[in-house]
Design a protein around this ligand. Structure first.
Ligand code: PLP
Length: 398
């Protein structure tokens, strides 16, 4: 048989590809993993997911659904039972009055946001994003042809956007503001008063807000999560909620999230989803129903474990001369300022990983080059060992 010669065709990729950057977070995590595979003892604080297994009753519900034959295509908008359960949850826990028709089940919170941006944003539209931000927000806006307006916030103000900053960044082209509380990467939680002040600006300027509430269950020291849409009819009409099961229920790999919002918008996202991904994995959605309807103790157990680790990592970080880190009330991240080391974040992370085998995420990925992100979604022994190494590294730099 003749051997075919492999022919290489030069293709011109769509321009949108060159405008987005691959995830730096994933690149560092991959490098740490490769080092581990070589047998190197790496302490990784790069994780963007809980280190716990999914609670057993949630897994059992998905297994049962699989055995019951929930293996076919379903409605693109989601299983009716799950949309009902989400509507009940939003009403009961968040004081948001959405009907099941106002909800779409998506392939994770990330996909919720992407559906939303595709349905809403077009060239000429501006989206206001406070930095440090979750790194996918601006990339999604770029993919939709819109413009991200990045508003830098200060450590002194706990990395929160002020109503004045928000007002000043609104132009006639502003369509959407992205609010993320508790925040990734800062861990900060806006107080009810701060949420109210932001809501007032949104109503006054008549723009929309998407509230990414994926970390709402992971709170400390009595912090309260208030959903911005619950503060009155005017702000409710301008609010879209994005949430999911990944963080609170430790279900990252399941890929289930949801978006709740005004009729026309949700209908548009269902149309987009019906031509792109169709329904979310059918039997997985039954696990999500069990998560919402079942015992919520599992969340509390994970939260308590995070709370202990947060104390240890926070104390250790702030005891290192040259690092300065505000204390966050939510999520599972700490974001120390590294300015005094004289290193830019990427350089800091590469040297720390190569010289001391500790993996952290460079703040440049979040629009904050003076910071690095540490996740404490890992065991206490790793935290202690990693902090010893980090301390040695930082002391050698200042
Ligand atoms: C993890 C995360 C999400 C969504 O994650 P999914 O796994 O897609 O549900 C959304 N927003 C932020 C800020 C996150 O950290």
């Amino acid at each position: 048989m003749e051997i075919c010669q492999i022919e290489k065709v030069t293709m011109k990729l769509a321009q949108r590809v060159s405008q987005v950057t691959p995830s730096i977070t994933l690149a560092i995590a991959a490098k740490a993993k490769a080092m581990k595979a070589e047998g190197i003892d790496v302490c990784s604080f790069s994780a963007g997911e809980p280190d716990f297994d999914t609670p057993a009753h949630i897994k059992a519900a998905a297994v049962k659904a699989l055995e019951d034959g929930k293996t076919k295509y379903g409605a693109a908008s989601g299983e009716p039972g799950l949309r009902d359960a989400i509507a009940r949850k939003l009403s009961f826990e968040n004081n948001l009055d959405f009907k099941p028709e106002n909800i779409i089940v998506t392939n994770g919170g990330k996909h919720s946001l992407y559906n939303l941006i595709l349905a809403l944003i077009e060239p000429g539209d501006e989206v206001i994003i406070p930095a440090p931000y979750w790194l996918s927000y601006p990339e999604m806006v770029t993919l939709a042809g819109g413009k991200s307006v990045i508003v830098h916030t200060d450590a002194a103000n706990d990395y929160k956007i002020t109503p004045q900053q928000l007002r000043a960044s609104i132009t006639p082209n502003t369509k959407l503001f992205i609010l993320n509380s508790p925040s990734n990467p800062t861990g900060m939680v806006y107080t009810p008063e701060e949420i109210k002040a932001i809501a007032d600006v949104i109503v006054e300027k008549d723009i929309l807000v998407v509230s990414d509430e994926i970390y709402e269950k992971i709170l400390y020291d009595g912090a309260k999560h208030v959903s911005i849409g619950s503060l009155g009819a005017e702000i409710f009409a301008r609010t879209i909620i994005s949430n999911g099961f990944a963080k609170g229920y430790s279900m990252t790999g399941w890929r289930i999230g949801y978006l709740a919002g005004p009729d026309d918008l949700i209908k548009a996202t269902i149309t987009i989803q019906s031509h792109s991904t169709s329904n979310v994995c059918t039997f997985a959605q039954y696990g999500a129903i069990a998560a919402l309807d079942g015992d919520q103790n599992c969340i509390e157990e994970m939260r308590l474990a995070f709370a202990k680790r947060r104390e240890v990592m926070y104390d250790r970080l702030n005891a290192i001369p040259g690092l300065n880190c505000p204390k966050p009330d939510g999520a599972f991240y700490l974001l120390p300022d590294i300015k005094k080391t004289g290193l830019k974040s990427l350089d800091f992370c590469n040297k720390l990983l190569e010289q001391h085998q500790v993996a952290v995420i460079p703040g440049i990925a979040f629009g904050a080059d003076d910071t690095v992100r540490l996740s404490y979604a890992t065991d206490m022994a790793t935290i202690e060992k990693g902090m010893d190494r980090l301390e040695k590294f930082v002391r050698s730099k200042i």
